[in-house]
Each structure stands twice: as C-alpha cells, then as structure tokens.
Design a protein around this ligand. Structure first.
Ligand SMILES: *[C@@H]1O[C@H](CO)[C@@H](O)[C@H](O)[C@H]1NC(C)=O
Ligand SMILES: *[C@@H]1O[C@H](CO)[C@@H](O)[C@H](O)[C@H]1NC(C)=O
Ligand SMILES: *[C@@H]1O[C@H](CO)[C@@H](O)[C@H](O)[C@H]1NC(C)=O
Ligand SMILES: *[C@@H]1O[C@H](CO)[C@@H](O)[C@H](O)[C@H]1NC(C)=O
Ligand SMILES: *[C@@H]1O[C@H](CO)[C@@H](O)[C@H](O)[C@H]1NC(C)=O
Ligand SMILES: *[C@@H]1O[C@H](CO)[C@@H](O)[C@H](O)[C@H]1NC(C)=O
Ligand SMILES: *[C@@H]1O[C@H](CO)[C@@H](O)[C@H](O)[C@H]1NC(C)=O
Length: 411
C-alpha cells in the first residue's frame, strides 16, 4: 500500500507546475468544533477565501479539495498525522497560505469567466470525499469520521458570509474532490434561490468500475473498504443505493444519471491516477517505469491504456445518455489527473472537429467550462481522433492538429 502513496506523491509532483501566484490565507473554521465537524485528528476544518470583486461580487466558486481516500484504520491514522487529515499539519505544511491557480486565479487574461468571483476552497481532511458522519470517536485510535459534517459546517459559513444571495454559483473539485462534487451537487443546488444559476464541475472525478477490466476486483474492494471504514452505507444518495450496493454507489457512473443539477465532467481518457494506480495495484518495475515515462512503455502496455480509454469513454457516454438533465463534458487524451487549479491543466486543449467544414477548432478547458456555465454552448466533446496517450507537457499540438485535419478529411 505504501507504494500507492509513493505513486500518488510522484503524480502530484509531476503535476505541480510553476504558475503565476496569488497567496490566500488558510483559515480554521472554529465554529465547526461545536458541531463536531472536525478532521480525522479532531482539529477544526480549514478553508481559504478570496472575496469577489467588480461584477463578480455576487458570484461564488466553491472548491472541494481532493487527495485520495483512507480505506482502513491504519491508513486513516496515518492520514490524521499529515495535511490530508489534520488542519494543524496543513497550516504548518503550507506555512499559512496557498496559491490559487488556473480557474481560481484572479487574472482576467488566464481566467476570463471566473477571475473576479468569490473563491472559497475547502480543504480535505476526512478521507471520505466529505461523506462520513460517525457519531462516536474511534476509541482505540481517537479518530473522528465527520466529512459530511465538515461539508455542512462550511456551507453554513458560506451562507453566513453572503453566498445565499449569489447570482451565480459553482461547486467544483478535483479527484476525490470531484467525486465529492458529484455526491454533493444536488444538496449544493438546494441552498439557493430558484433564480440563482447553480452548476457543478467534477474534475478528474469519474472513477470507473470497469467491471471486466484489469484491477476491477481491487477497485471494488477498495471502495468497499472506504464505505465500511467511514460508515458510508446510509450516507450515500438513496437514488443510487435503492438500485446498487453502497460500494457501487461510490462509482460516479452510478451517480451521475440521477443528479438533477447541471453537471460538467472534465476527464482525461488516459487518467493518470486510474491508469497508474488502479489497473495493477501490485505493479511491476516495468509498468512503474511506463506510467512515469510514456516513452518507455512497450506496445502491450500501450494496448492496456487504449483498452482503459475505450472503457472509460463508453462508461461515461452511457452515464450521460442515462442522465435526465443535460451534462457537459470535456474528455481529452493528455495523460494527466486534475486540471482546474493549474494553468497547465485549465489550458489543456482539445481539437474539436467540424466535420462539415473539415475544420479543427481549438478549445481549452477554461473556455469550455465558461461556455457551458454561461449557456453560450452545451459543451459535449471528446477527443475521438487520438487513441494514444499524449504527454501534454511537451508541445505535441502541431501533430495533433495534423491528425485532426487528416481525420476530418477521411471521415
Ligand atoms: C504513512 O504516511 C507516510 C507519508 O506521510 C508514508 O510514507 C507511509 O508509507 C504511510 N504508511 C502507511 C502504512 O501507509
Ligand atoms: C483525542 O483527540 C482530542 C482532539 O479531538 C484530544 O483533545 C484528546 O486529548 C485526544 N485523546 C487522546 C486519548 O489522545
Ligand atoms: C512563513 O510565512 C511567514 C509570513 O507569514 C514568513 O515570515 C516566513 O519566512 C515563512 N516561512 C517559510 C519557511 O517560508
Ligand atoms: C495575467 O497572466 C498573464 C499571462 O501569464 C500575464 O502576462 C499578466 O501579467 C497577468 N496579469 C496579472 C494582473 O497578474
Ligand atoms: C511489456 O511490459 C509488460 C509489463 O508491463 C511485460 O510483461 C512484457 O513482458 C513487456 N513486453 C516486452 C516485449 O518487453
Ligand atoms: C512528459 O514529458 C516530459 C518532458 O519531456 C517528461 O519530463 C515527463 O516525464 C513525461 N511524462 C510522461 C508521463 O511520460
Ligand atoms: C444505462 O441504461 C442502459 C439501458 O437503458 C443500461 O444497460 C446501462 O447499464 C445504464 N448505464 C448506467 C451507467 O446506468
């Protein structure tokens, strides 16, 4: 299991680009203590808030931080001793402030649609995608499982500071925070007046079951253990648990169809977390080297990644097709995990073909989400041209452009 953490850490390091800076103070929500809404280690939950300005003053972007899950007491105990389980550890780790990048950044050039919004980031310290609510403190290890209470206490605080009057509101999150967004989206929507535009964006939060694909047993037993460790059986949406087991109700494919609020999914068809961690939980050195350097993958390994893409795309399409309300999505082929909080991710692009005109049009994630959020278009696009993982830290756009043109000339 330790190897998984190492893999995650490496992924995080690879993704943490060097971006333009905007420091925002990390604050503790002390009022949460009386509600028992505390982190695994008992410290109050933390947030970072950057007020809106100009005509963004009544617009609110709320972000649920991600960072995996703990799936047994040992892992949760471990987590309670670091920044993903303890606000005290978080504050000392980041030295009191964090940077808002990508679609959180107050820069109108880089982030034209959301730059002047109120931005409120909720830190993750419960290990359950903000879903747990166990009354008793674990007697042996002194751990508290209260993620859902943290979510509620943060919503109370947001309403107290004015979010109830929002014209526009957006709930988003990446990875485990993307799953949390999917799980909380309708509850978030219910906080507002009928006239408020409320939408949700799940960024790299579409963790597939892939029931007949490599690692399926592991993925299932992993979520089974998350559910039992955090007591989630009765916390998950009944619209799902009336049809599926609680374990299956952590897989977004079984949640997305029932969500009533407009929801946008940002996903890499070659999601680096799902490919890197969930296909071969006990992976060989060969596969380890492949997932860290695509150039070192052999064709067998590339075929496995292509197989994963095929299943992810089909699972996502069927979840969308079964949804009662409209969905937006942006599925690209860059090998990565997480997009909205970094320029390297929010500018990650897709070439959208216009078959009739044999034209290839660039679109990046920030533009696509903005267009969809403000109803300028209902964005539903996948990269169907590339069935190989792209390393988008290098500049392969010219190659992609050429492929796109060839594709639309020949189809
Ligand atoms: C506990 O977390 C540390 C990093 O904070 C990690 O190095 C270690 O492997 C973890 N232990 C277990 C049992 O996962
Ligand atoms: C348990 O955690 C609480 C904080 O939630 C702390 O005040 C208390 O001292 C801890 N108890 C033990 C036995 O470690
Ligand atoms: C932490 O932040 C304080 C100011 O808030 C600064 O004086 C100090 O140098 C910082 N420490 C480190 C290690 O960055
Ligand atoms: C916004 O970002 C652009 C591109 O990185 C940069 O040139 C500009 O200085 C930034 N503006 C502000 C106000 O930071
Ligand atoms: C390709 O990689 C897989 C493991 O990831 C390995 O089992 C297989 O032997 C490799 N094939 C060749 C030809 O090196
Ligand atoms: C992507 O390319 C960069 C720069 O060449 C390299 O450092 C990085 O390891 C590559 N990533 C993968 C997953 O291949
Ligand atoms: C979508 O509906 C079809 C039949 O209408 C069903 O076979 C499929 O399992 C459903 N997919 C999901 C993700 O619910």
């Amino acid at each position: 299991m330790a190897t998984l953490l190492v893999a995650l850490t490496i992924l995080c390091l690879v993704m943490a680009g060097i971006e333009a800076d905007q420091k925002v103070t990390v604050s503790l929500l002390d009022s949460a203590i009386a509600k028992g809404a505390v982190c695994l280690d008992g410290t109050p939950p933390a947030y970072a808030y950057s007020p809106g300005f100009g005509d963004g003053i009544d617009n609110w972007h709320v972000i649920l931080q991600g960072g995996g899950w703990c799936w047994d007491v040992t892992e949760c105990l471990n987590r309670s001793k670091n920044d993903l389980g303890s606000s005290a550890k978080l504050i000392s780790k980041v030295n009191g402030s964090v940077t808002f990048g990508g679609m959180l950044e107050a820069n109108s050039t880089l982030n034209p649609d959301f730059y002047n919004w109120n931005v409120f980031k909720i830190f993750y310290c419960d290990g359950s995608s903000f879903m747990s609510d166990v009354e008793d403190v674990d007697p042996k290890y002194n751990l508290t499982y209260r993620g859902a209470r943290i979510y509620d206490a943060m919503m109370d605080e947001l309403l107290r500071i004015g979010m109830g009057n929002a014209k526009n509101a957006l709930l988003s999150g990446g990875s485990a925070g993307g799953l949390a967004t999917t799980l909380h989206c309708d509850k978030f929507q219910s906080l507002f007046h009928i006239t408020t535009r409320v939408k949700c964006v799940s960024d790299s939060g579409f963790f597939i079951h892939g029931e007949h694909f490599l690692g399926a047993d592991w993925r299932e037993s992993f979520f089974y253990r998350v559910v039992s460790t955090h007591g989630l059986t009765n916390m998950l949406p009944t619209s799902c648990t009336s049809k599926f087991s609680p374990t299956l109700c952590l897989f977004p494919e079984n949640l997305v169809p029932d969500i009533q609020t407009p929801l946008f999914l940002i996903e890499s068809a070659f999601d680096a977390y799902q490919i890197g961690v969930t296909l071969f939980p006990n992976r060989s050195p060969k596969w380890t080297s492949c997932i860290h350097n695509l150039m070192s993958c052999n064709w067998t390994e590339i075929e496995i990644m292509k197989g994963f893409r095929f299943i992810l795309i089909n699972t996502l399409k069927s979840a969308i097709a079964n949804s009662s309300s409209r969905r937006g999505y942006f599925v690209h082929s860059c090998y990565r995990h997480g997009h909205m909080e970094e320029i390297s991710g929010s500018t990650c692009s897709l070439i959208v073909g216009n078959g009739l005109a044999n034209k290839c049009i660039f679109q990046n994630i920030a533009e696509a989400v903005g267009d969809w959020y403000f109803d300028r278009s209902e964005f539903q696009e996948m990269d169907m041209v590339n069935n190989l993982p792209r390393n988008c830290t290098g500049d392969d756009l010219p190659i992609l452009k050429k492929k796109c043109i060839d594709y639309y000339i020949h189809h």
